[in-house]
Design a protein around this ligand. Structure first.
Ligand SMILES: [Zn+2]
Length: 438
């Protein structure tokens, strides 16, 4: 008998493989009915699908994880093929042969995946879960997705906002409690105060219509966790009634800021460290004018100049805006109305709103500069040879970019498809190098 009878042949050393093959060949030659019915991963011995094997040999080969061609009459050889179908060395050329014995479940899963357009990754992940599960767990699985996902039986209570919008408030305090209890029992013992970041963002839901979702989410600075949703608004356009949109959030945030949070008889103070938003979201929740207005700058009182259909803020010495003046309503040329966020105690609507680097630098200045160098006026445009050279260098650098970066650099001819991370890679890492060479 071989030393490792249950070990797959792919996992054996070269000498162990040779020994295994010798033993198997001897066994097959000793059989009266099965001359050379052996095929292994190494394909050392070619399989012969026409050959017949007896039951004893079929069990023997099956035990050693060896491919055994199915016999049209033998039930044991059929079961041998079934078992081999789950192994890595399943040969394509025998697919048709073994597909006759394909299990009902496999067929159903295959049809379901095709019908529902399930991606290969998702299907592989499902198969991993199914094959590694206890069969008893599979029997007890619910038949309905709502039971599996623990969808609440009571519908969520939403309130109307404006003409066509609806808002659902999931709760700030509930989210904080769940996150603290889930992620950090040890942190709870040591921390007496915590800070949160609040995010307001709008995403279009449909390609064919203007429906968009405006969610309010929160992350706790002291814990590494996935942000949770505080509330969500859905409408055909952005929330027109900001007061109604922010009402529930402002109430809860005000209460927590004053009273703090009690978890497991432990009191912790609550502070909003900052609001993370892009320019349209900042303009919405701060109730200020849009970024292309004359007094749009959120950090200083500069007045813009309208040049070539663009708003330019050239004066860098304008006085800075302050939290106190903002709350006092001094900036009437900057604000549209009083923001509901000012009702939250200790609100600082200038310093609590950092400007977002992704839109301003990566997708703003850097993209604009690259477009000017490629398609801009002749006095700033780079020559075709230089542009080609830069593209060549960018592609050459692809193989040196580690997996820490989400994307590899692309040629300048694909600039219109570049993502924010590609502009960041260019400005912080490879841009200075490439421009120096070219
Ligand atoms: Zn400014």
């Amino acid at each position: 008998m071989p030393k490792n009878p249950y070990k797959q042949i792919t996992n054996l050393s070269k000498s162990q493989k040779n020994r295994r093959l010798r033993v198997l060949q001897q066994a097959s030659l000793a059989s009266d009915t099965c001359a050379v019915p052996i095929s292994v991963v190494s394909n050392t011995v070619a399989p012969d699908p026409d050959i017949e094997i007896n039951h004893a040999n079929a069990e023997f080969f099956n035990e050693f994880n060896i491919y055994c061609p199915s016999s049209s009459t033998s039930s044991s050889s059929t079961s041998s093929c079934n078992s081999s179908s789950s192994n890595d060395y399943f040969e394509d050329e025998y697919f048709n042969e073994c597909s006759n014995t394909d299990s009902n479940l496999s067929t159903k899963l295959r049809e379901w995946a095709s019908e529902k357009y399930i991606s290969a990754n998702a299907l592989t992940s499902l198969l991993h879960i199914l094959t590694s599960s206890n069969p008893l767990d599979l029997i007890t699985l619910p038949k309905d997705a709502r039971t599996l996902m623990k969808t609440p039986k009571q519908p969520l209570i939403s309130k109307k906002i404006g003409d066509s919008g609806e808002y659902v408030h999931f709760g700030l305090e509930i989210g904080l409690r769940k996150t603290f209890l889930k992620y950090s029992n040890s942190i709870l013992k040591n921390v007496s105060s915590f800070k949160v970041f609040i995010n307001f963002d709008g995403v279009p839901i449909y390609k064919s219509s203007g429906g968009s979702l405006w969610s309010i989410s929160c992350s706790i600075f002291e814990i590494k966790h996935d942000p949770f949703i505080i509330g969500s608004y859905f409408g055909t356009k952005e929330p027109t009634n900001v007061e109604a949109y922010l009402e529930d959030f402002v109430k809860e945030a005000s209460y927590l800021t004053i009273n703090g949070l009690f978890i497991n008889d432990r009191h912790m103070t609550f502070n909003i460290e900052g609001y993370i938003c892009d320019a349209p979201a900042r303009a919405l929740v701060k109730c200020i004018k849009r970024h292309n207005a004359y007094f749009a700058c959120e950090k200083c009182q500069v007045e813009g100049d309208h040049i070539n259909n663009r708003m330019c803020f050239a004066d860098v010495s304008a006085p800075r805006r302050t939290d106190i003046d903002f709350a006092a309503g001094v900036y009437d040329d900057h604000c549209r109305e009083k923001s509901p966020l000012l009702l939250i105690p200790r609100a600082k609507l200038v310093t609590q709103f950092p400007l977002d680097y992704l839109h301003l630098i990566c997708l703003g200045t850097i993209r604009k500069m690259l477009y000017l160098w490629i398609k801009g006026p002749l006095n700033v445009r780079l020559s075709g040879v230089v542009v080609k050279n830069i593209s060549y260098q960018l592609i050459e650098l692809q193989k040196h970019i580690s997996s820490d970066f989400a994307r590899k650099p692309r040629a300048l001819s694909e600039l219109c498809h570049w993502k924010g991370t590609e502009f960041r890679l260019f400005v912080l890492y490879i841009g200075p190098l490439v421009l120096k060479i070219c």
